[in-house]
Each structure stands twice: as C-alpha cells, then as structure tokens.
Design a protein around this ligand. Sequence first.
Ligand SMILES: C[S@@+](CC[C@H](N)C(=O)[O-])C[C@H]1O[C@@H](n2cnc3c(N)ncnc32)[C@H](O)[C@@H]1O
Length: 233
Amino acid sequence: MKDSLLINRHIAEYLSSLEPDLPDFLEKLYQKARENRVPVIRREAQSLLRFLCLDRKPGRVLEIGTAIGFSSCFTAEFLPADSVLCTVENYEPRYIEAQDNIRAYREDYLQRKGHDSAEIHSFFSDAEAYLKELCDRCETFDFIFLDAAKAQYPVYLTYIQKLMTKDAVLLTDNLLQEGTLAESKFTVQRRDRTIHLRIREFADMLFRSGDFDSVMLPLGDGMCISRLSDKDC
Ligand SMILES: C[S@@+](CC[C@H](N)C(=O)[O-])C[C@H]1O[C@@H](n2cnc3c(N)ncnc32)[C@H](O)[C@@H]1O
C-alpha cells in the first residue's frame, strides 16, 4: 500500500526508524492490514499515539473507527493494565476480523507480559448512534482517538465534547487529506469538495470556536491534538 506523504519520504522513513520495534504480533497485524489495503494508522503517526498513551496513562479510552483492530491493540500496548478501551466500527466484516485480532492480541500480550492487557471492548454500530448512546449514559473518557468517516466529524464532535473529561485529550487523524486541504477550494476536485468543507468546518470547531485548544501536526495524514479550553485562562 503506497501513501502520499505530507512530509518528504526520507524524513518519514527517518522518523519511522526512530520508533521502537513493535512486538511481533502487532508488526504482523500492521503488515497484514497494509497488504489488504485496510487503512490503518501510519507508522510515523503511531509514535504520537504511543507517546500520548504513555504520557497521559488514560483510564478510559474511546476509539472511533476500529477497522481490523490494529490501532486498538497498538493503543492497548501502551495503556495501564487496568484501563478500558471501547472501539466502534460499522462495517461488519472488519468488526468480525477485529474481534478475532483483539482476542489473539490479548492472548499474545498475556504470554509476553504475564498479566492481562487493558480491556478492549469492540462494538458493531454506526459511530453517531454509539456516541449518542454513550452521552445518554453520561459516560466519559480521558482519551479519544477519532479515525472514522471524515464527513461526519463535525457531528461527532458535539457528542465527543460531552464525553471528554476535563483533562481529556482528543487525537484526530487524516485532517490534512494528503495536503489537499491546504489548497484553494477552486483547485480541489469536485468529488472532494464536500469532504473538504466538512473537515474545514471541523477544524473551525477545534481551532476557532473557543471550546478547544488544538495543535495540528503534519504527521501521517495530518494529526490534530485537542483538549477542552480552560475558560479561566
Ligand atoms: C481509517 S479506518 C480506522 C483505522 C484504525 N483506527 C487503525 O488505525 O487501525 C476507519 C474505519 O472507520 C469505519 N467507519 C467509517 N464510517 C463509520 C461510521 N459511520 N461508524 C463506524 N465506523 C465507521 C470504516 O469502516 C473504517 O474501518
């Protein structure tokens, strides 16, 4: 699987080379996803997810967009063992494959480390319906990884805002759309215009509404880190 990179390929390769090796199980799962053209978090963006998990040590994690469970397992690798990660996917074949991969990952983790990994609960649902359910149950999360249908991000964000604890971090992937988001709307292909509009709307909510503090990094396909604004600052 080839990627269009936001940064020079040599730099991306250099950044990837700095990353610690993944445990065999995760490396094989990553390679399998790439061979089967399943869009999983890119190598040079994994470092950010790893760092944030190690730094924040979140107890409750929410992932929107499971695919085949690579990022769920990758995240669990760096979470405290008593954490809980909930992840949602709406494409049934991927959800089924993710369940198998997550089960196998947790067995592998137990063998390697001698104790259970963080719990991983995967759900088969449309993300919006699932987010609404979580809000209705007044659930909250310390860390949220948003990696699903980009056009729906503005809608998801209104729910996500309610689900974030005061100090929670939101990590969003694919916000630069291989760099095309920075181009004039007139040069963007017609088929990409709606998605660009939605992503710009989402970026405005994160950067201009006053509700969030955010930083965008040209890692992977554009990763954004956000927290709820401290209105007293
Ligand atoms: C980029 S992939 C997720 C990759 C995964 N986070 C990883 O890095 O291993 C996005 C996933 O979101 C799922 N998705 C898209 N729209 C969705 C929706 N409305 N509800 C739930 N999942 C959705 C897609 O089927 C796809 O598997």
